[in-house]
Ligand binder design. Sequence first.
Ligand code: NAG
Ligand code: NAG
Ligand code: NAG
Ligand code: NAG
Length: 325
Amino acid sequence: MERTPSATHLLLLAVIGWGCCLALGAGQLPEVDPATVKDLEELGAHYLPAGYTKANVSLADLQRLLRAKCEKANQALPAGSVNATALGTAIEQAGGQLMGCIGGLANVTEILDEIEKASPKGDLDVVFEKYCLRLPQAKACLRDFNAALQPCLTREERSHNALMQRIMDKLLEFVCYKNGDQIALFIAEQGPECLQASRDHIATCLNTTFSGYLPQVGQLSSENVADLLPELVLGPRQCVDLHDFEICTVRHLERCETITPSNIVESMFRYVRKESNCQPAIDRALQERRRAQALTAADPAVGGAASLAFVGRLLLLLAPLVARL
Ligand SMILES: *[C@@H]1O[C@H](CO)[C@@H](O)[C@H](O)[C@H]1NC(C)=O
Ligand SMILES: *[C@@H]1O[C@H](CO)[C@@H](O)[C@H](O)[C@H]1NC(C)=O
Ligand SMILES: *[C@@H]1O[C@H](CO)[C@@H](O)[C@H](O)[C@H]1NC(C)=O
Ligand SMILES: *[C@@H]1O[C@H](CO)[C@@H](O)[C@H](O)[C@H]1NC(C)=O
């Protein structure tokens, strides 16, 4: 089976859950595998908002961002009681360790090689079983990184953090469901090709839904950059945005040759959503939208009233004419 390595790279990186924002940082950390850096940069170039390139965002920018975030999270504490620079540095180091930790469990180059060799023989499941057995270690890597984040989270963010950690675990579990059956199926059914073919659309979905969450590149050096950073919470707004992103993405993936990739991605979203407390917020938003839509068009009662009003206004306009007759 012919496949483009970059598509599979994309898939693997995306599903392993390395956020796009790590892409910029990783490019500047010496201890990270250059192949991984290249993949992350490609991901970042494609999915980060316009202007977020390595050329525009320096390591110093990212460090300042982290420091500002750590400062802001601890602003209620007495001045001088926390060293935001040290906390930021700790996160940065933890990020490097996360990359190294995951890299030690799964070398992307090697996985691609193994996939390439296994797929003609129909042995993809063997490959994924091997890597899925390392799932507990991967979770531990994430947990260590998450621990370094804690001192720089606000009280509210911290209260959401356990949930986010659980969601991250769920995502990994989804990929490794039945020792990787799910992802083996995804690859066999041309999921990577489908993602690749849809990537501009997915980037648009991302941009439409989430562009408001990140500061513009030009604002990165502003004094109050911490105020421009998103809150790392999964509140009603984030839930609805995630749902919109899901609908947008799945709709595009449905156009691929087979429906399987779209189905798998959709069930991944569903699997993760079940773990969150998002459903009520999503239901409420959908209901409100339906109501708003009904008001503008579909509802016959409102529509009827609107046309009555229109006829009335028309009559008023015509009245002088009629009177003159
Ligand atoms: C990943 O594997 C390739 C090929 O075996 C190797 O050249 C590379 O150094 C490995 N990277 C890491 C980080 O181990
Ligand atoms: C970012 O870099 C690109 C070129 O990579 C440039 O065209 C753009 O103006 C830069 N944007 C900002 C805000 O610096
Ligand atoms: C904060 O920690 C850094 C090391 O990360 C150190 O260089 C700096 O002097 C510390 N600042 C204060 C005010 O303690
Ligand atoms: C992303 O969204 C922003 C704001 O909605 C818009 O200004 C920008 O042109 C979009 N960029 C792309 C590449 O679609």
